[in-house]
Ligand binder design. Sequence first.
Ligand code: NAP
Length: 347
Amino acid sequence: MASGPRIAVFGAGSVGCFIGGSWLAAGCRVVFVGRERVRAEIAEHGMGLSDQDGWRIHLASDLISFSTTPAALKTAEIIALCVKSTGTVTAAKEIARHAKPGATVVSFQNGVSNADTLRSMLPKFTIVQAMVPYNVVHLGHGRWHRATWGDLTAGRSEATRALSERIGDRPGRLRLSDDMKGVLWGKLLFNLNNAINALSGRTILDELGHRDYRRVMAAAVMETLSLLDAAGIEPAKIGQIAPRLLPHAIGAPDFVFRNLFLRIQKIDPKARSSMSDDFAAGRQTEIDFLNGEVVKLAKALGREAPVNAAIVELVKQAEAGIEHVWSPGELRAYVLEGHRGAVGFGY
Ligand SMILES: NC(=O)c1ccc[n+]([C@@H]2O[C@H](COP(=O)([O-])OP(=O)(O)OC[C@H]3O[C@@H](n4cnc5c(N)ncnc54)[C@H](OP(=O)(O)O)[C@@H]3O)[C@@H](O)[C@H]2O)c1
């Protein structure tokens, strides 16, 4: 029997369905708010969740409350915001219009600025930032698979503490942190690979098998770390590798990378970045909220971020319809060596 605070998962996509479904399985009261195509999929198949540790569960469709209208937010005490960062402003307007003032909005989005946007637009709500360390793959037919490891982490508040205690050690568990700024920047370091993965057109495992892609990623991380140092921000360790070691581990020769990095940082062979899905669907990506934040930080410090700026530029070209799958050597040459002439002309 479900009990506890009423939770609305706002933006029932990959992350929303996985975490909301896990919490429902843990006995929480959850309503999903999302699109008709997801509602119809769940109505037909129920919800199947699995993870890399072999956990599997199937929730029958009659156990799942799914609404395609934001009016369903009205009774929620906790709103788990799971739309892409590009949808934050629209979602905030819908929360302001439909949800109960005083509710807690927990952003499970990538990027470092969603909580600030939500605070400025929702002064009557408590805003808490959270972080999803793992990759969730939508396998179709109502199935979502957690493809990498880690625990959800949220800022400490009354609502997140109660939620964390209710879920306990079950899948979907929620750790609390007093340093969400560090946690978000630590996660963003990993997210710098989202764009490279999307530009490569490959699975993450295949992409990272190529040293030239890894060289680009290592340079993007190195550039970000240097800016974070200048800004006095200490990125938290997410996963098994300390932020300062990340560029060295990623940029290492193939043999070392495979035997060191991939042994401790396991990656599911099916995993792709969600930006790859955006490319495939022709959607606007979260690039402004990922590499774009690094470029913004550089500007604020009176500095430049040429590696991240070049990656932003390529993703914007893809968003504008210039289709190109970047080979490892092409991407390295373009981003790290400034060979810019041929973009859009057969590259
Ligand atoms: N996927 C992952 O593995 C992963 C891992 C860690 C963090 N994250 C982060 O988590 C966030 C969500 O990512 P995701 O991959 O779960 O995205 P997603 O699969 O696109 O899910 C978001 C869902 O919300 C829907 N939506 C957007 N605005 C809405 C609105 N106003 N009302 C109702 N539904 C709305 C979207 O529909 P439309 O597409 O029609 O707009 C989509 O179905 C992102 O910030 C992402 O970077 C993702």
